[in-house]
Design a protein around this ligand. Structure first.
Ligand SMILES: [Zn+2]
Length: 120
């Protein structure tokens, strides 16, 4: 359950999986898509500095995307370091952007070890 940020109507939203992204749910009162609404906040997580393998880091990326869409976050800030995880994450983000699972992404200039992902 979440409340429409435009009109306050409680809207029952499903528990999301990666395959549900990008989700859509129309508010029955004001017709806004509640999954396009956000509160401007950024969810920041490190996915590369706890001895993650590339597979593990990509799994964390997927979980963060789902968490971001499930909540009302506007963006994600991924700490990816400067190595191979960063390259793989950038490739995956490109793929996800093609599929509409995020709006855009960019390096958190001048910090190349972080990527900011605009979800909605
Ligand atoms: Zn509404």
């Amino acid at each position: 359950m979440r409340h429409c940020l435009d009109c306050g109507m409680p809207v029952p939203v499903p528990r999301l999986q990666l395959d549900d992204l990008p989700p859509s749910m129309i508010c029955p009162k004001c017709d806004a898509d509640v999954f396009r609404q956000h509160d401007s906040r950024c969810l920041s997580r490190d996915i590369a500095h706890q001895h993650e393998t590339i597979d593990r880091a990509l799994h964390k990326l997927d979980a963060l995307l789902v968490e971001g869409w499930q909540g009302t976050w506007q963006s994600l800030r991924l700490i990816v370091g400067g190595g191979r995880i960063r390259e793989q994450v950038l490739g995956q983000l490109h793929h996800y952007q093609q599929r509409g699972r995020l709006r855009s992404y960019s390096e958190d200039s001048p910090n190349r070890g972080a990527i900011v992902v605009l979800l909605r």
